[in-house]
Ligand binder design. Sequence first.
Ligand code: 4NP
Length: 152
Amino acid sequence: MKVLMVCLGNICRSPLADGLLREKVRINNLDVQVDSAGTSGHHSGEAPDYRMRTTAKTHNLSVDDLRARQFHRRDFDEFDLIYVMDKSNYANIIRLAQNEKDKNKVKMVLNEIMPGMNSDLPDPYYGGVQGFENVFSMLDEATDIIVNKRLK
Ligand code: 4NP
């Protein structure tokens, strides 16, 4: 099983989702690979935003070693589940899908907490520290559900 987390820059939301899910996969001893990517290649090669690294550290999680990369069409072949953070990511990824099987792999991450609501996980990039805390708490909850409902 392979799971991909996707946002715009791959430096704030999706690396945290990636780090949280990796840690829970490790703790539960599951045979699952986790990665993340951005729809934009603007930050490719960069470590996660320092504010996201700091927020993660306050919760005893390190995402320092992750590096941003851009989503590629071949990721549809590679991954079984592709979680996007907001409707804009969803539209950008769906545009690259080749068939229905590809499209069915793409899920809105907050639908794990609020099924069918298609709620956006707010982009914290232009806001303050509280935005990063909110992202942490929502992704912590969503990744708990992903592990228990989809990966066990
Ligand atoms: P992310 O946040 O999509 O959660 O990684 C952003 C990172 C960078 C930019 C926007 C959002 N940016 O415009 O550079």
